[in-house]
Write a protein that binds this ligand. Sequence first.
Ligand code: 3PG
Length: 311
Amino acid sequence: RPLDINIELPDKQAAQKIKIGIYFATWWALNVVFNIYNKKVLNAFPYPWLTSTLSLACGSLMMLISWATRVADAPKTDFEFWKTLFPVAVAHTIGHVAATVSMSKVAVSFTHIIKSSEPAFSVLVSRFLLGETFPVPVYLSLAPIIGGCALAAVTELNFNMTGFMGAMISNLAFVFRNIFSKKGMKGNSVSGMNYYACLSMLSLLILTPFAIAMEGPQMWAAGWQNALAQIGPNFIWWVAAQSIFYQLYNQVSYMSLDQISPLTFSIGNTMKRISVIVSSIIIFHTPVQPFNALGAAIAILGTFLYSQAKQ
Ligand code: 3PG
């Protein structure tokens, strides 16, 4: 028997690595598609509060249908589960809407350059709010992250304060979301996919009244007519695509978070941003200044140094 165990173990590890690799590749590809359609929609229809709500509504509907048709097993949840989920949902809602507001004001690549500094927020929150300390190299790795983002921000041709602040608020909110999620997922029997489904539903309930207050049906109706007149019926497909791909990429990212540490998750997330930055620059012909690109490269290098230092 011991011999069997020795043979099985590396096989199992290799299979697990392949599984995570497939999750990561799928997550990045789905995210690139989401970002492209999301920006196409926002260019024609600049109502980020509604598009954020539609993404959550579409995800919730997709999951309700999967449960009803038994494509996926519905989770067994109790009041305690929803109570623990509430702060995660508040953080998810703020992070989501803030990122979408950001992308409605600036280039997708700029939002994601700023969002690549999420690890710096994670260290600062852990240090100052949770009292966790880290080895000196971890703090040192924050210098290129913050410096690189600052350089990218000051050299950004189409800098916009709302766009910048939206990405910063999203960073802060998602750090809390990830800390609370990992805690909430630990020890409960709800899978990563179902956990994200419940998260979407609760976030949808939280976001809807705010979306109505911030934009509202009158603005949406006029904007919708305008977008349809500009783009034609394809506009409806773009909205559907951004909503469906938002659910899919998040679902896959939560399926990975279920299997890996928050650290591995944040490394995967940074690599995801590189694919989004590069593909959106190509697709939207975003003008890139040399110092702007240098800032982005330094910030991303900083996140890799951070992950090394944290390991
Ligand atoms: C959103 O709309 O929630 C953001 O685009 C998500 O950003 P992420 O890349 O951090 O998931």
